[in-house]
Ligand binder design. Structure first.
Ligand code: NAD
Length: 355
């Protein structure tokens, strides 16, 4: 891989490689853009097939964080980190603490948090070496409840546009993935009076959750084509693709999964089919909004954080309206909003103020 070419293509500021031979740690931090503030984004531990795969992933994810943080109205830039290792076997105190020292060495240009392959206990170990960690148990904690709340609010905004009402009574919602977010979202939707259709690749555990939610269970591959008003992807990325797109009977797609569109053209295809797609990084921004509240001058306050998470409904509404007026796919509308904020605010502090 030609790294400088890739940095130019993605628009990255900095890539940091860290190799601690004694600890057996190979880690990369990608700082994409710090126009709006320090780069915030999670740490992923993954057994990549190659070095190039690890670099590509951290670059793609960190760029996504720039857009998400900007769209959420946060004073934070975008970054992400990866540890090239298998979280099932390779998670050692030495690796996590060495990673913490890497983060500390960046002096606050990058703030890390939980992502795939690491949990709150691991981040507590990282935090023994660095002050630049968000989402610890004693501060904002697990982001999933805030993410689920943001998805619910964003879904309501999309339903207003598609159906002229955000009332869930009589509405059928299909949820793909009953993990942290999918289960919490299911509980909220049940309380709102929705009828649920659910799936998960782990059938035994999934069926227990389905029964608790009073939901209809379908096989994982059947979820795309079920008769539902709303499809809520809460599992994997790239699930809106050439294979699935003709199966959808829903009028709204609104869920927490990252990178839902396999390619940007699938956003255009949804628009042509009259399906309201809520851009993933906007509707799933509740978790990051919750973590970001830790950087408030008075420290973390859940009430204030959750009030802001509820605001995702209005943000989704504005982006959907912008897309409708400009006749562009909703993901493109979200990108325009994020890019405009970075561009305009990037000029604000160019004004000279005497000391
Ligand atoms: N947790 C958060 O706060 C948060 C924030 C932003 C985005 N997200 C995204 O939302 C999604 C869900 O996050 P989570 O924290 O609930 O993850 P999780 O790992 O707890 O849950 C994911 C669930 O999806 C299931 N699954 C995987 N592949 C599937 C498939 N093909 N069909 C059906 N089910 C499948 C898994 O078995 C698991 O139960 C992920 O894409 C994540 O990146 C989560």
């Amino acid at each position: 891989m030609n790294i400088f070419e890739a940095m130019e293509q993605y628009g990255h500021e900095e890539l940091v490689f860290w190799y601690d031979q004694a600890a057996g740690l190979k880690a990369i931090v990608a700082i994409h853009d710090t126009t709006l503030g320090p780069a915030l984004g999670g740490l992923r531990m993954w057994p990549y097939d190659s070095e190039d795969d690890a670099i590509t992933d951290v670059m793609r994810l960190s760029r996504g964080m720039t857009y998400k943080n900007a769209a959420m109205g946060l004073d934070l830039g975008g970054g992400k980190s990866v540890i090239w290792a298998d979280s099932r076997h390779d998670k050692t105190e030495a690796r996590l603490r060495s990673f913490g020292r890497l983060i500390q060495s960046l002096g606050g240009r990058y703030i890390t948090a939980e992502d795939v392959g690491v949990n709150a206990d691991d981040m507590a170990v990282v935090a023994r070496e660095t002050e630049f960690v968000g989402g610890l148990k004693e501060t904002s904690g697990d982001p999933s409840p805030a993410t689920a709340l943001g998805v619910l609010e964003g879904m309501k905004a999309a339903m207003m546009l598609a159906f002229g009402s955000a009332d869930f009574h009589g509405r059928r919602i299909a949820i793909q993935g009953l993990g942290h977010v999918g289960t919490l979202l299911g509980e909220m939707l049940k309380n709102e009076g929705a009828t649920l259709i659910v799936t998960d690749i782990h059938e035994d555990e999934g069926r227990v959750v389905a029964d608790r939610l009073g939901a209809q269970w379908v096989a994982p591959d059947a979820i795309y084509g079920v008769d539902a008003d709303v499809f809520a992807p809460c599992a994997l990325g790239a699930i809106i693709n050439d294979r699935t797109i003709d199966q959808f009977k829903c009028r709204v797609i609104a869920g927490s999964a990252n990178n839902q569109l396999q390619e940007p053209r699938h956003g255009l295809e949804l628009m042509k089919r009259g399906i309201v797609y809520v851009p993933d990084y906007v509707i799933n921004g509740g978790g990051v909004v919750n973590v970001a509240d830790e950087f408030h001058r008075d420290g973390y306050n859940q009430e204030r954080a959750y009030a802001r998470v509820r605001g995702i409904g209005k943000q989704v509404q504005e982006i959907l309206q912008h897309a409708q007026q400009a006749q562009i796919p909703t993901q493109e509308a979200a990108d325009q909003v994020a890019e405009a904020r970075i561009h305009i605010l990037g000029r604000v502090d160019s004004t000279y103020i005497p000391e």
